[in-house]
Design a binder for this molecule. Structure first.
Ligand code: 5AD
Ligand code: SF4
Length: 439
């Protein structure tokens, strides 16, 4: 068979980006090639997301667009929508999808594609596995300074609004040794930063090793400059983890700590298993041990039954914690979840909009204030690229807190760690000037 050309597009979270790298590695080892344009493809793969209603809508829109550009390519849907919608996707005559493969079916993709080609039949594989971690596959990554390393898959938390436990299945972790081996190779290949990934990254558990043991082992790897991890669950954020972060230079002092809601009643209905008070106490403990910590978060507004007082609780937590930044979403019903079955989506679209606008405005002020506090400080920045929207010669990178830093012209290289003096700030970015000569 002639070499098949694949075009792949990824939607959604970092886990999907990491999964696409696994898919590429699997297909490459079976002699498939990758192309950058839809027109040139024999097979179009969409790695999809279904975490919110508009994620689904985006994918459907894109499927129609692809069909206009390339009428003959086979179309395959991967990822969360494949698990969520299953055979309904391939049976929908309007969509003209040829095959689907869920998040635990990627090793079967070469056979699936060949079978669909040969037999001219539609095909779906979406069974979830309790064991598949893909630890034996070395992902085919883009070159860059950061490499994502998935250490666990799935989620057992069943937050009542969330579809992930249904689309990605049960939690399972890779062996500690396989993670360390992969990162040693990545460091040898020139990656400067590693971000450990998992739906619930700090509930990592392999044999007797927990997340702190793994993080310690990763932090010991020679030549690894920066380690990050996303996303932890507050319930699994142990004192040992905070202490390890404080002690180890190469573990970045930045935490993405999803709040979801500030009201204890709403948190209970969300099945988050912590109260407003417990979340605040955790943040205080982290700030006490690591004063320079940068904390980001995710928040959902307008969850079932959220009253004005409940929303006020969210505002109060946001103001108390002073997150560096926050991703704020309107609640959208995901069918099959506990909330979809048991609660009523009773906050009107209008109220959800009002709350998200208000919360975004407050958060923007806080982000600006936090960023302004950086002015005058000297930050270590890992350079990610040259050129910004406004200037071809400025550099872009991230400081230890994961803040976006833009700084002026200089003789640098991508992947270098440089000192930057911060001189200006907006809510989204801090700006400055490289100052190597100060040291
Ligand atoms: N509606 C709105 N936001 C959601 N998220 C997850 N499920 C939903 C939903 N049904 C948000 C959470 C999560 C982020 C990835 O997406 O805030 O942390
Ligand atoms: Fe979804 Fe909750 Fe699991 Fe995160 S922890 S993936 S929000 S169920």
């Amino acid at each position: 068979m002639a070499v098949m050309k694949i075009y792949i597009r990824t939607f959604g979270c970092q886990m999907n980006e990491a999964d696409t790298e696994i898919v590429k590695a699997v297909l490459k080892s079976h002699n498939f090639e990758f192309v950058e344009e839809v027109e040139a493809a024999d097979v179009v793969l969409l790695n999809t997301c279904s975490v919110r209603e508009n994620a689904n809508r985006k994918v459907f829109g894109y499927i129609h667009e692809i069909k206009r550009i390339n009428k003959t390519a086979l179309m395959g849907v991967l990822g969360c929508m494949a698990s969520d919608l299953k055979n309904n996707l391939i049976q929908d005559p309007k969509l003209k999808i040829d095959f689907i493969a869920g998040p635990d079916s990627y090793k079967k993709l070469p056979q699936i594609i060949e079978q669909v080609m040969e037999k001219d039949e539609k095909y779906g594989h979406f069974d979830l596995s309790e064991f598949e971690t893909y630890e034996d596959i070395y992902p085919l990554r883009k070159q860059g300074v950061n490499a994502w390393v998935a250490i666990m898959r799935g989620c057992n938390n069943f937050c009542s609004y969330c579809i992930v436990p249904y689309t990605r299945g049960r939690e399972r972790s890779r062996s500690l040794q396989s993670v360390v081996r992969e990162i040693e190779q990545l460091v040898a290949d020139g990656y400067k930063q590693i971000t450990l990934l998992g739906q619930n990254v700090n509930s990592y558990k392999y044999e007797d090793y927990n997340f702190v043991d793994l993080l310690k082992a990763v932090s010991d790897i020679k030549g690894l400059k920066r380690i990050r991890f996303v996303s932890p669950h507050p319930k699994d954020f142990s004192l040992d983890l905070i202490k390890l972060m404080a002690k180890r230079e190469n573990i970045c002092n930045a935490i993405h700590l999803p709040l979801q809601a500030g009201s204890t009643q709403v948190l209970k209905r969300m099945n988050r298993t912590y109260t407003k008070q417990e979340y605040l106490e955790l943040v205080n403990k982290i700030k006490k041990i690591i004063p320079e910590i940068v904390i980001n978060t995710d928040i959902i507004v307008g969850f079932c039954g959220e009253t004005e007082e409940d929303f006020e609780d969210t505002l109060e937590v946001v103001k108390k914690v002073e997150f560096d930044s926050a991703y704020i979403f309107k609640y959208s019903v995901r069918s099959g979840t506990f909330a979809a079955k048991k609660y009523v989506d009773d906050v009107s679209e209008e109220v959800k909009t009002r709350r998200i606008v208000k919360l975004n405005a407050i958060q923007k002020r806080i982000s600006l204030k936090k960023h302004k506090e950086q002015i005058g400080s000297i930050e270590e920045v890992l350079i990610e690229r040259k050129g910004t929207k406004k200037s071809k010669t400025d550099w872009q990178g991230r400081d230890e807190g994961n803040r976006l830093v833009i700084f002026s012209d200089g003789n640098y290289n991508i992947g270098e760690l440089v000192k930057v003096k911060i001189e200006e700030a907006t809510a989204n970015v801090v700006k400055g000037e490289g100052c190597e000569d100060i040291f």
